[in-house]
Design a binder for this molecule. Structure first.
Ligand SMILES: Nc1nc2c(ncn2[C@@H]2O[C@H](COP(=O)(O)OP(=O)(O)OP(=O)(O)O)[C@@H](O)[C@H]2O)c(=O)[nH]1
Ligand SMILES: [Mg+2]
Ligand SMILES: [Zn+2]
Length: 291
């Protein structure tokens, strides 16, 4: 007899899941079945042991310091990529996050938190139109002095969303604003894990009043991509797709190759030059990662 459940969080060899009747249950997993992730649908036997992880629709994650993909959560409907005036994002942070989501088949949503602070006149804040032009929503919001979430509440009202972004941009503050009974939920979680306190050291799923789910992730200082082929990285630059076939070489990497349609489109502004330059930097970064 097995029952199915949704993973809330998982650590070295144990985790917490919510059953179909909405009860939290602790489980443990033999490593040979792989590591369950928040958002995974799993099967548990009557002893609370994992017997299977259902196939994933997608995984969001990041590159570790050796360029390997480290998954954080699974089966996501969208990634909320949070940036703020403070702490200031590095120039390629947003390009990297957006590319990561698109490459992994997850819809990116850009959230500009701390709208109470003045918007800096520098990248990526003055480049946001190039993301909106790709159909990526750009949502300004704030958590202080009183939460003003704009369209964000509607966007997260269904499915599973993940909060990603640098440490200190306000991911947990947004979670607090969206999940009114967060203290009760984390209290329940601590009771089931037997741990006194609950800190955001791993990705954790939280339930919204609508029944949708929101994953909070621990912040990073710098978000790194993993090692991949240039064709895979190019999925993170969907504005290239329409012109790609016009490059003289089929395997053109759009750097210095003669007859590159992407480079000439960036020279005449058809492709935003900032996006093209980000492509060049991320591709160079791949060469360093590959070593
Ligand atoms: N001015 C301003 N400050 C905010 C806003 N939202 C959050 N903060 C502050 O930003 C700081 C970081 O907020 P957190 O929610 O802990 O950030 P986080 O992204 O969860 O950080 P990590 O967990 O380290 O990844 C806190 O001091 C918040 O009070 C906002 O809208 N405006
Ligand atoms: Mg946090
Ligand atoms: Zn080209």
């Amino acid at each position: 007899m097995t029952s199915s459940a949704l993973v809330i969080e998982a650590h070295s060899n144990r985790g917490v899941a919510t059953t179909d009747s909405g009860e939290l249950t602790a489980f443990h997993f033999p490593r040979r079945l792989g590591r369950p992730l928040p958002g995974d649908r799993i099967h548990l036997d009557q002893f609370g042991t994992l017997t299977a992880i259902e196939d994933r629709t997608n995984e969001f994650g990041r590159g570790d310091n050796r360029g390997r993909f480290k998954p954080l959560a699974a089966n996501l409907d969208r990634a909320l990529i949070v940036i703020a005036a403070e702490p200031a994002p590095s120039p390629d942070l947003l390009h990297r996050y957006v590319a990561a989501a698109l490459i992994r088949g997850i819809r990116p949503v850009i959230v500009i938190n701390k709208s109470d602070l003045p918007v800096p006149h520098r990248p990526p804040f003055n480049e946001l139109a190039s993301f909106s032009d790709l159909g990526i929503p750009v949502i300004p919001c704030r958590c202080q002095p009183k939460p003003e979430l704009g369209e964000l509440a509607d966007i997260v009202a269904s499915g599973v969303s993940l909060l990603a972004g640098q440490s200190g941009v306000g991911k947990t503050s947004l979670l607090n604003a969206l999940v009114p009974d967060l203290a009760r939920q984390t209290g329940e979680l601590s009771r089931v894990t037997g741990k006194g306190t609950h800190t955001t050291t791993s990705a954790t799923l939280h339930r919204l009043p609508t029944g949708a789910w929101l994953v909070d992730t621990p912040g990073v200082w710098e978000y790194g991509l993993w090692t991949m082929e240039s064709a895979e990285l190019e999925r993170g630059f969907p504005e290239f797709a329409a012109l790609d076939a016009s490059c003289r070489f089929r395997n053109c990497r759009h750097l210095t190759e003669p007859g590159c349609a992407i480079r000439s489109a960036s020279e005449d502004g058809q492709i935003p030059p900032a996006r093209y330059q980000a492509w060049v930097r991320l591709l160079r970064e791949q060469e360093r990662l590959g070593r």
